[in-house]
Design a protein around this ligand. Structure first.
Ligand SMILES: Nc1ncnc2c1ncn2[C@@H]1O[C@H](COP(=O)(O)OP(=O)(O)OP(=O)(O)O)[C@@H](O)[C@H]1O
Ligand SMILES: [Mg+2]
Length: 382
């Protein structure tokens, strides 16, 4: 299996810094990881980074895209098949699970699996058993690390009866959430510069991006960008507009936008009018008025926890116990925490600088003082 190198994770925002720390921690273990986040946020990058930093780095990393393949093909892809098991099965073929023995399998778009495939996968996760298509008896694969990813809300799918809850608990041992780019705009300039470097210093495959004629007769030729694009830099105004934009397609959209700017650019420095109208004047396309509002007590507490790194136990708890702040203040604070943590109290615990061992104590406190908000409403990945 070809080993693509692990791409660098670009970003300086707190979210990305924490993500990198989490990756480093998670890489050491063999625990199953579920990576969620909107489309284009970098879920695959995270999966590759975990593998690259793990003791399995030199073993196979086998990605499988579970979306868009008919069930029968996915079954054979994952579990393999024996010769003659269906039309076109000319020889035995090992499945991706078998191929990732001693290494890591990356099951991408796991939310798209059919219920039957979910059942087969669950059996594998429970027993290590793989039943090749057309084989008489099962074989076993014992040593595979499983990383999964989806941009779907699996809890919603479970409620709709489309995803097995038992499988969810199997794969969701460690949950990594990759935040959308609009929540970490500090990263936009770095990403723009990164992709600018990438597309101006490396040959571009003109075939793949559909921009024109630099492909030779065999269709393979790669034209150095310098030969057809003068673009080298971006003006501060254009960069400011890119930072303001809401990036619904996240990092992948940044990559595509920068590639387009390089390929179509006529000047050395990208100017604001080179940007598409949607990016230049997002207000017309995307109504998101910025409300200026007074800072609340909860805002200030939240800032203390998140920016000053103070712990909930020292910055909030005593104030509440001494009646210096109200239950409403604490509830508002928890609301903010849950929003950032997308409904995961364990992450709230971390965001509020408490130890993992404090989980019970924290929840007991919230319950006792009627400050525990239902997490479900925060579980949307947006
Ligand atoms: N932090 C990052 N630094 C550098 N490149 C990134 C980063 N995040 C994402 N990318 C790049 O953006 C593109 C999209 O990333 P990736 O494929 O990992 O997203 P995804 O979350 O898996 O998207 P989808 O849900 O659509 O599959 C890739 O080309 C990837 O290399
Ligand atoms: Mg992906």
């Amino acid at each position: 299996m070809r080993q693509k190198g692990s791409p660098e994770i670009i970003g300086v925002s707190r979210a990305i810094t924490e993500l990198k720390d989490e990756i480093a921690r998670v890489a050491r273990s063999d625990a199953k990881v579920l990576i969620t986040g909107e489309s284009g946020t970098g879920k695959e990058v995270v999966a590759r980074a975990i593998n690259a930093q793990s003791p399995r780095a030199h073993q196979p990393f086998v990605p499988v895209n579970c979306a868009g393949i008919p069930e029968a093909l996915l079954e054979s892809e994952l579990f393999g098949h024996v010769k003659g098991s269906f039309t076109g099965a000319y020889r035995d073929k090992p499945g991706k699970l078998e191929m990732s023995e001693n290494g890591t399998v990356f099951l991408d778009e796991i939310g798209e699996m059919t219920l039957r495939m979910q059942g087969l996968l669950l059996r594998f996760l429970e027993t290590g058993e793989i039943q090749k298509v057309g084989a008489e008896r099962p074989a076993s694969v014992r040593n595979v690390r499983v990383i999964t990813a989806t941009n779907r809300n699996l809890r919603d799918l479970i409620q709709q009866g489309l995803f097995r809850e038992d499988l969810f608990y199997r794969i969701n041992v460690i949950h990594i959430v990759v935040p959308p780019l609009r929540e970490r705009r500090e990263d936009v300039p770095l990403l723009v510069e990164h992709f600018l470097r990438k597309f101006t210093s490396r040959p571009l495959n003109r075939m793949s991006n559909g921009y024109g004629a630099a492909v030779t007769s065999d269709g393979q030729a790669l034209a150095p960008v310098a030969e057809y694009s003068p673009v080298r830099a971006i003006s501060p105004e254009a960069m400011a507009a890119l930072c303001e934009y809401h990036w619904p397609g996240n990092v992948r959209q940044v990559e595509n936008v920068v590639e387009r700017l390089v390929v179509t650019g006529r000047r050395e420095v990208i100017q604001i009018d080179d940007l598409s109208p949607e990016i230049r004047t997002p207000g017309q396309f995307h109504m998101r008025p910025r409300r200026e509002r007074r800072k609340t007590v909860a805002d200030e507490l939240f800032r203390k926890l998140r920016e000053d790194g103070e712990s909930f136990w020292t910055a909030v708890y005593p104030l509440y116990m001494n009646r210096e702040i109200t239950r409403g203040n604490v509830r508002d604070l928890i609301h903010k925490g849950l929003e950032e943590a997308r409904g995961n109290y364990k992450i709230v615990l971390r965001l509020f600088n408490m130890e993992p061992g404090d989980y019970k104590r924290f929840l007991n406190f919230l319950r006792k003082h009627d400050c525990q908000l239902p997490f479900k409403e925060y579980r949307e990945y947006r």
